[in-house]
Design a protein around this ligand. Sequence first.
Ligand code: RIB
Ligand code: CA
Length: 310
Amino acid sequence: MRIIIDTDPGTDDAVAILIALAHFTDQEILGITTVAGNVGVKVGTKNALRILEHAGRNDIKVYEGESAPLERDLLTAEWVHGTDGLGGVPFPEPSKKEEQIDAVSFLKDSILNSEEKVTICVLGPMTNIGKALLEKPEIVENIEQIVFMGGSATGGNTTPAAEFNILVDPEAADVVLHCGAKLVMMGLDVTHQAISTSERIQNISDTKTKTSELLVGLMSRLANLEIVKKKFPDGTPVHDAFVTAYLVDNSLTTGNLVNVEVETSSDLTLGQTVVDINEISERDKNVHWMNLVDDNKLFSIITKTSLTLP
Ligand code: RIB
Ligand code: CA
């Protein structure tokens, strides 16, 4: 497998990246590209480097991406992830820097020149991959699939209609939704079905690795937010973890091939993903929309991650 992880780390992004590091080699992970979202792109870039430093995987390269959406002002979520973007969880300082070339250039060049089709994991706003597709649409021929955390058929988490990643850059999402690549959508429809309960957190803690402390810290940060506790009294969803866990075991989720469109103009529903679950429209069925998950499987993958990394 050849993987690029596009991310706005981000506490749940960090869990997703650790899952990838525990299950895939440096040869399989072509690189990590960062994008503005949860936090500014410079903070996100440093966090990607910090996560690699912790895991002892500094041969994996980090490429800094877009600092703002294609057409809009940036919306961030420091109130969720902290100003450091990792909820104050003590990842080490990085001992290396990001690469000189930017994320969009790296995406275009590496996808076009890869000997194997490339799987893109999108954990944040779709700005980087949207821009790369706009500038070099032919890369789609060498994309195996785009697995993305974003959207929802059943209401948002940032507005009543929109999930954060799609809301930040709806225009980029629109490009990706119509690029022709195989798209696998991990929306709130599945991420809200897998919660880091106390029992699951204890299983991770019992592995007694440094990684377990970091994983527990990341999920506790999210679980302790009032807005999360209101909906999930014991634990939190770990949205981005679905994307890389799915690459580890694609029986994690099941779903349907349906049409998905995104609202890019209405003030009321900007960033809403309209998922045609009843196949009413005649529109192209462009997305594998996931709607069922084996939640125990997700947390066994996270626990295995905790055992595998230092
Ligand atoms: O809505 C959840 C998504 O927005 C996750 O990717 C989280 O990291 C934030 O980017
Ligand atoms: Ca994210």
